[in-house]
Design a protein around this ligand. Structure first.
Ligand SMILES: *[C@@H]1O[C@H](CO)[C@@H](O)[C@H](O)[C@H]1NC(C)=O
Ligand SMILES: *[C@@H]1O[C@H](CO)[C@@H](O)[C@H](O)[C@H]1NC(C)=O
Ligand SMILES: *[C@@H]1O[C@H](CO)[C@@H](O)[C@H](O)[C@H]1NC(C)=O
Ligand SMILES: *[C@@H]1O[C@H](CO)[C@@H](O)[C@H](O)[C@H]1NC(C)=O
Ligand SMILES: *[C@@H]1O[C@H](CO)[C@@H](O)[C@H](O)[C@H]1NC(C)=O
Ligand SMILES: *[C@@H]1O[C@H](CO)[C@@H](O)[C@H](O)[C@H]1NC(C)=O
Ligand SMILES: *[C@@H]1O[C@H](CO)[C@@H](O)[C@H](O)[C@H]1NC(C)=O
Ligand SMILES: *[C@@H]1O[C@H](CO)[C@@H](O)[C@H](O)[C@H]1NC(C)=O
Ligand SMILES: *[C@@H]1O[C@H](CO)[C@@H](O)[C@H](O)[C@H]1NC(C)=O
Ligand SMILES: *[C@@H]1O[C@H](CO)[C@@H](O)[C@H](O)[C@H]1NC(C)=O
Ligand SMILES: *[C@@H]1O[C@H](CO)[C@@H](O)[C@H](O)[C@H]1NC(C)=O
Length: 697
């Protein structure tokens, strides 16, 4: 007799001596013995230290002893009815577990341990078991057919083990089953036809196995169905025939199988449906517009199928939508502007389809968008400036389309953007220097467009691969020419244009604001992105050259200096009378702030059409009467809209700050450039049409 058995024998003798003949006490004693015996077979049972028979004493009162043991619960008569050893660090097998000692066990939870080996056939000897959770262990081999003997079972989870083989058809005997979780195992074969015949099942998860064949038809009669997961198997069959009427259906994931057939209007009839994932199958046909009736839907994933036709505008009714993935299909036509009604959406992926037309500006109403992926389609027109107000956006991918226009400095309004992919489009113009200030930006892919000009010094361009295939970019990046500050002699000076009546008339407000912005960006670049910084020292309307598109080019760097940050000091006078900062006369020191002053003068000059002269001191004087802003504006150009007038007034305010007598009170050119961008000034492109359009927004 082993020591344990002899201890038990001693107990029995004690019981006999004291006349304890109560049946349940004896049952309890048998169970105590069974548990301790099983414990001694485990490789790790540290958490079961309470599972021990105390030294023999005449005072022993064993019949409630085991009920206080770790993980053990008893019926009122003292027999064990629940065993919960979940997450107890146990390691071992069930081979020594005496199932027959626990005929009244209703609940067995051994989840989240390191149990291994097969599930014993004796498991069928628990006729009262209602709840069995063996998930998150390392059980292997097959599911014993005796599982079908557990006729009271309501919840069965064998998920996250290493169980293989087929599901025994006896599982169809479990008529009370509400929950069945077999996900993440190595099960294979057909799903038994009768497996849902109980008809009560609510939640099924068979994900990530290797099941073949169709979903059993018996699922169609399960009217209480809530959650269904068959994803990650090898299932086939017509998806339109796989379900019936399930008014409580809430979650369906059929992804990564080989389901075929079409999505029918049936899916619009499940009023509680929140999640519908059928990605990576072979589903054909159109997206039924009735889907828009399933108003609880908040996660749709139809990606990687063979869907055709338009995206129904009715999807805009799904106001609860958080994630909508339709990528990798053959959807065509426009992106419905109604998607702008999805005001809670986080992720929208329509990539790899055949969508055409423009990106709807209404997407700007999707304020919560975090990721917007429209790549690999046939979208044209510009990136609508409205969507550049999506401040939560971390990823914007519109690559591989036919988008035109420039990259507006309004991209800086994408305050959270991390990945910006504009590659493989027809974008032209320059990359705005505001990219430098976009802190969150980690990757900006602008490759394969028609961009030219200076590459802003910005970490978002780690190497040439994100810039290659453009028209004429330059900068300090391996694979690109260094930029030269070219003086374009054939261009005409801003002064000449302003002095000439007809030319000045043609220089409308949009063009003038573009010039101001262009000069501000150029100076910001010279001051803040060049190392060492460059101070121009002689900014005037004579030194701003305009090209055929009225694009401003800062020229004449004859007097420009590299600014040594420690001793910014030159004794010789430079600059043009009327643009020189007042402090220069007495300090003879040149700083960036001298350029800021000149920029202030120049700005007023562009708006007024002539040098502001004495107006400067009037504007700066705290005692002067209020100057009518109309007196500061050129009357030769077309009449102002109210909106343009407001913008011009804001620009004048910036100019006045640049003209402050005390240099420290002037903003930096970076601040000026940023503030001008924030006003919604026109973007800098080589197409004046584009510019005007943008400005009107
Ligand atoms: C016997 O057990 C009871 C209850 O557990 C306790 O109060 C008592 O002190 C014990 N007597 C002896 C002799 O150990
Ligand atoms: C099972 O439960 C019944 C009723 O409570 C009880 O009489 C019987 O002793 C229990 N059997 C075991 C082995 O626990
Ligand atoms: C088992 O105990 C854990 C906590 O230790 C609990 O989360 C779990 O719900 C219990 N299982 C059952 C079937 O009561
Ligand atoms: C238990 O299950 C086995 C295998 O399915 C079956 O042969 C047997 O008849 C069942 N026993 C009872 C009592 O239902
Ligand atoms: C799963 O079981 C197989 C045998 O059925 C075994 O070879 C394999 O090592 C097991 N995997 C794990 C992770 O336990
Ligand atoms: C089925 O899932 C739903 C939703 O998660 C849950 O509320 C319900 O309790 C589950 N049913 C069972 C039997 O576990
Ligand atoms: C569904 O239930 C009806 C009525 O109980 C029955 O006639 C039919 O055979 C069942 N269908 C399936 C597929 O189990
Ligand atoms: C989009 O493509 C379809 C053909 O698939 C064509 O009929 C339609 O005119 C196109 N729409 C636009 C805006 O290009
Ligand atoms: C941008 O998109 C293109 C094509 O869609 C892709 O090849 C490239 O890797 C993407 N770039 C980044 C930075 O993600
Ligand atoms: C460019 O940088 C990206 C991101 O760091 C990297 O994935 C890619 O391999 C690099 N390409 C080359 C040609 O170095
Ligand atoms: C500026 O230069 C002048 C003449 O070269 C020199 O006397 C003066 O100390 C310098 N000032 C600074 C701040 O370097």
């Amino acid at each position: 007799m082993d020591p344990l058995s002899s201890r038990l024998m001693m107990f029995l003798i004690v019981f006999a001596l004291f006349g304890i003949t109560n049946v349940s006490s004896l049952q309890n004693l048998k169970q105590v013995y069974a548990l301790v015996k099983w414990k001694s077979s485990l490789e790790n049972s540290v958490s079961l230290s309470s599972w021990s028979i105390p030294p023999l004493s005449y005072n022993s009162s064993t019949n409630v002893l085991s009920c206080s043991w770790f993980g053990v619960s008893c019926h009122s008569d003292g027999t064990i009815n629940k065993l919960n050893l979940s997450a107890s660090g146990l390691k071992g097998t069930l081979h020594k577990f005496s199932f027959s000692s626990f005929p009244n066990l209703t609940s067995l939870d051994l989840s989240i341990n390191k149990f291994f080996g097969h599930i014993p056939h004796e498991i069928g000897q628990l006729p009262n078991l209602v709840y069995m959770d063996l998930s998150d262990n390392r059980f292997s081999k097959e599911i014993p057919p005796e599982i079908g003997n557990l006729s009271s079972l309501v919840a069965l989870s064998l998920a996250r083990n290493n169980i293989s083989g087929h599901i025994p058809p006896s599982i169809g005997n479990l008529m009370s089953l509400l929950l069945l979780q077999l996900f993440n195992n190595r099960l294979s074969g057909y799903l038994p036809n009768n497996m849902f015949e109980g008809g009560k099942i609510q939640n099924i998860s068979m994900s990530n196995n290797a099941f073949i064949g169709p979903i059993p038809k018996s699922i169609g009669n399960c009217s209480d169905l809530i959650r269904v997961r068959f994803d990650g198997n090898l299932l086939i069959g017509d998806i339109s025939e796989s379900f019936g009427l399930h008014p409580k259906l809430n979650f369906v994931n059929l992804a990564m199988n080989s389901f075929q057939g079409e999505l029918t209007d049936k899916w619009g009839k499940f009023k509680e449906l929140e999640t519908l994932i059928v990605s990576q199958n072979k589903i054909t046909g159109i997206i039924p517009r009735e889907l828009g009736d399933s108003v609880m839907l908040h996660h749709i994933d139809f990606s990687s199928n063979m869907l055709v036709g338009n995206i129904p505008k009715e999807l805009g009714n799904l106001k609860a939508m958080l994630k909508l993935y339709l990528s990798n299909n053959q959807l065509s036509g426009p992106i419905p502007k109604e998607l702008g009604s999805l005001t809670q959406i986080l992720d929208l992926d329509l990539s790899n389809n055949k969508l055409n037309g423009s990106i709807p500006a209404t997407l700007a109403y999707c304020r919560t968008l975090v990721s917007l992926v429209l790549s690999h389609n046939d979208l044209d027109h510009e990136v609508p400036p409205e969507i550049l107000k999506l401040t939560q956006l971390t990823k914007l991918d519109v690559s591989h389309n036919s988008l035109v226009g420039g990259i507006s400095s309004q991209f800086q309004n994408l305050r959270s953007i991390e990945v910006l992919n504009l590659s493989h489009n027809h974008l032209s113009g320059t990359i705005p220097s505001v990219f430098v200030g976009m802190r969150s930006l980690t990757f900006a892919d602008v490759s394969y467009n028609y961009l030219e000009g200076r590459i802003p010094k910005c970490n978002a361009f780690p190497n040439a691969s994100m810039l290659e295939g453009n028209k004429g970019l330059c900068g300090d990046i391996v694979g690109f020419k260094r930029c030269t500050m070219s003086i374009k002699h054939k261009h005409v000076s801003l002064k000449a244009v302003l002095d000439e009546e007809n030319e000045a008339m043609r220089l409308d407000w949009s063009k003038r604001l573009n010039i101001i912005k262009g000069v501000a960006d150029a100076l910001s670049y010279m001051h803040h992105d060049c190392s060492p910084p460059i101070v121009h020292r002689d900014l005037s309307s004579k030194n701003i050259l305009l090209d055929a598109d009225y694009e401003a080019h800062v020229s004449d760097f004859g007097t420009a200096k590299f600014l040594k940050l420690d001793s910014s000091n030159w004794s010789e006078l430079a600059g043009t009378y009327g643009y020189i900062a007042p402090e220069f006369a007495y300090t003879m020191r040149v700083t960036e702030k001298c350029d800021v002053y000149s920029f202030g003068v120049l700005t007023l000059e562009v708006i007024k059409g002539q040098h502001p002269h004495d107006l400067i001191s009037v504007l700066l004087s705290p005692f002067s009467e209020k100057v009518d802003s109309m007196d500061l504006m050129d009357h030769r150009t077309a009449p102002l809209s109210l909106q343009t007038k407001k913008i011009l007034e804001s620009v004048i305010m910036v100019a006045i700050e640049c003209l402050q007598t005390i240099p420290e009170r002037r903003p930096t050119m970076y601040q000026v450039s940023t503030r001008l961008s924030a006003l919604g000034l026109p973007m800098i492109t080589s197409s004046s049409n584009t510019r005007q359009e943008t400005f009107s927004h």
